[in-house]
Write a protein that binds this ligand. Structure first.
Ligand code: GDP
Length: 432
């Protein structure tokens, strides 16, 4: 969703205008400098077009001159925005602070819609026209108080929004792309054979799909998947001998091409660094993840107890991934893979509304503020989910965040919203 930042000096009526635009009386109406709200962004819709509106009115100012402060706030908001709604007060004319914001706007080169507020009736329209002098194009006269002109303003705003981008990461239709990865001898090709044996004839002619010769379409529990680089798995013996490097390149490229990865781990063998490396590769590539503990038929009770301890220690960082116990030899548990894959993909494509996200961030940061560093305290001003697959959140902050604090937020995000089977990425966009 495109982001609209509302900027302007205090008391021009930004918050009231935001109330008008979102059609609710949720935002705080007063522009009191120094008052920080726990929410500054809202989901809005006009003529069927969804957008996020960011109200900069309540941000706490620093101990600097007013113009510098406002310009700085504007700069942060503008950097985060696709389009800027610049609000001026037509009843008092252009002020120095307005000019300071104009300079920031010019530098940003972002599209700007100019709202001349407090034009409460037709007699004030001449005052709005004075705002042409700001050099930002046509001023749109509005009265946030009465609602006058707000429809025309929104029309102009919609025109200034960027075209809805095509989601490049969504392939239209077609089977989901799955990579089976893991260190040598964990049972990847056995698993593939087990899966493929069950349904080879069905998968040969799924309409409308072109299959790379190295890929295979395989049905698992009623769902057809495209398994990536199965040729690589099948030719394992030749490649693994003395060609570790190529094997790991192949793994990397299979992960890259997949939407979801099944990392196979040998349950009968101690968990190795190489297992963790593959898991880390999947997480870093931002792919959905399922962990399959294979060779379950070879484990006895003692081994399983020990494995649990290993999982608690080494796999803890991946405890968000669905985990299934399977035997590629007997076929035990192999059918459960489909459910796990679907759950992981669902988590991978989760979208959290900006409203929900900021309500959550407000609660979390109120209860656990960022620690003070060098006399300064970084604050999260607002957040938005920048994209899915995997869920990626942009946090706009007043300063840098400690890595530990980012991890804390991430953990709480998972507790709140689940995100089964998917890495969660956080991007911090600090004002400094
Ligand atoms: P890859 O290198 O990961 O493709 O591993 P393979 O599929 O070639 O399997 C390595 C060895 O483990 C072979 O001897 C398989 O027969 C054996 N194996 C694979 N899966 C299982 C399993 O679930 N149970 C048992 N007992 N052996 C397995």
């Amino acid at each position: 969703k495109p982001v609209v930042a509302v900027v302007g000096r205090p008391n021009v009526g930004k918050s009231m205008l935001v109330n008008r635009i979102i059609g609710r009386r949720e935002a705080v109406v007063q522009d009191v400098p120094g008052v920080t709200r726990d929410r500054v962004s809202y989901d809005a819709i006009w003529n069927g077009r969804e957008f996020v509106i960011v109200d900069t009115g309540g941000w706490a100012p620093d101990a600097k001159g007013l113009a510098a402060q406002i310009a700085e706030q504007a700069e942060l908001a503008i950097a985060a925005a696709d389009t800027v709604l610049f609000v001026v007060d037509a009843s008092v004319g252009i002020q120095d602070v307005d000019e300071a914001v104009v300079q920031v706007l010019r530098r940003s080169k972002k599209p700007v819609v100019l709202a001349a507020n407090k034009v409460d009736d037709a007699r004030n329209e001449a005052e709005a026209a004075m705002m042409w002098n700001l050099g930002l194009g046509e001023p749109h006269p509005v009265s946030a108080l009465h609602g006058r002109g707000s429809g025309d303003l929104l029309d102009a705003l919609m025109e200034a929004l960027p075209e809805a981008p095509l989601e490049a990461d969504v392939e239209l239709g077609g089977p989901r792309r799955v990579a089976i990865v893991g260190r040598p001898n964990v049972g990847k090709s056995s698993l593939l054979n087990k899966l493929a044996k069950q349904q080879r004839s069905v998968v040969d002619n799924v309409a409308g799909t072109t299959v790379d010769p190295v890929d295979e379409l395989v049905e698992v529990a009623g769902t057809v998947y495209r398994f990536i680089d199965t040729a690589g798995i099948r030719r394992r013996v030749k490649e693994a001998s003395g060609h570790e490097y190529y094997a790991s390149l192949r793994t990397a490229s299979a992960i890259e091409r997949a939407e979801v990865c099944v990392v196979v781990i040998d349950a009968a063998d101690p968990i190795a660094d190489q297992d963790l490396r593959v898991l880390t590769m999947v997480e870093e590539a931002g792919k959905a993840l399922v962990i399959a503990y294979n060779k379950w038929d070879l484990t006895d009770e003692e081994r399983r107890r020990y494995l649990n301890r290993e999982i608690e220690q080494d796999i803890r960082a991946f405890d968000w991934a669905p985990q299934v116990n399977i035997s590629a030899l007997t076929g035990r548990g192999v059918d459960k893979l489909s459910k796990a894959i679907e759950a992981a993909l669902e988590g991978w494509e989760t979208r959290i509304s900006t409203g929900k996200l900021n309500a959550f961030l407000g609660r979390i940061t109120a209860a656990h503020p960022h620690p003070v560093r060098g006399g300064k305290q970084s604050r999260i001003l607002f957040g938005t989910q920048a994209h899915t697959s995997p869920p990626t959140f942009a946090l706009f902050t007043s300063g840098q965040l400690d890595p530990g604090y980012v991890r804390f937020i991430k953990r709480r995000l998972r507790e709140e919203f689940g995100f089964v089977g998917t890495p969660v990425h956080i991007e911090v966009r600090a004002r400094e």
